[in-house]
Design a protein around this ligand. Structure first.
Ligand code: G3P
Length: 216
């Protein structure tokens, strides 16, 4: 499963990029706001830093302006993915932009039928928001499983990009369910390697090593 980082914070992106674990980046208007940066400037900096796909989201909600904004975002760099909302206008814009050779990421996907429509128009990625589905009292992971089954049934190549990830278990369950990508916020990605028994075991090994009086 690919790891994308869900942030527009260039310091976090730089750190995770250097670990070799990062396959791409996703941003959205809220994350741009949080960064305090100009969207084009920060996306250009991220695209320069990261080799993989970097999603930049349009702000328009109508088809024509989505196309204009999408094309402008794509001018920033070759690894820009145009992120569009999963609405009818977004699906129509996705079809045109995909046919023109741009990569697309359909965001704010909350149902399997929405994902099916995105796949039918050839979206590069579809982003089911699992945390926000959980917030509604419904199991967000079932959405990933349903989309995986549908895409496999028909051989759709659209990648399932699990978004709105809040916990380590979300990441684990996404990998089990066969999501192609998980976009993970910095606060969660750094938890994935931690385990209290690793810390406890290491502490005991170090104490015993000290007693050997040896060096390597
Ligand atoms: O990738 C979408 C993500 O940023 C939304 O996450 O936690 O605001 O639902 P959240």
């Amino acid at each position: 499963m690919k790891f994308f980082i869900d942030t527009a914070d260039v310091d976090d992106i730089r750190y995770w990029n250097e670990t070799g674990l990062l396959d791409g980046v996703t941003t959205n208007p809220s994350l741009i706001l949080k960064s305090g940066r100009d969207i084009k400037e920060v996306l250009a900096e991220i695209c320069e830093m990261v080799e993989g796909d970097v999603s930049g989201e349009v702000a328009a909600t109508d088809y024509d302006t989505m196309l204009t904004e999408g094309r402008k975002l794509a001018e920033i760099a070759d690894n820009i993915v145009i992120k569009l909302p999963t609405t009818m206008d977004g699906v129509r814009a996705c079809k045109v932009l995909t046919d023109d050779g741009f990569k697309t990421n359909m965001t704010l996907c909350f149902s399997a039928t929405q994902a099916l429509m995105c796949a039918k128009v050839g979206a590069t990625y579809v982003s089911p928001f699992i945390g926000r589905v959980d917030d509604m009292g419904v199991d967000g992971m079932e959405l990933i499983e349903d989309i995986r089954t549908i895409f496999d049934n028909y051989g759709y190549e659209t990648e399932i990009l699990a978004a709105s990830i809040r916990t380590m278990n979300h990441v684990k369950d996404c990998a089990i369910a066969g999501a192609d990508v998980a976009t993970i916020p910095p606060s969660t990605i750094e938890k994935l390697i931690r385990h209290p028994l690793t810390d406890k075991g290491l502490e005991a090994f170090l104490a015993d090593w000290e007693k050997t009086g040896q060096t390597i």
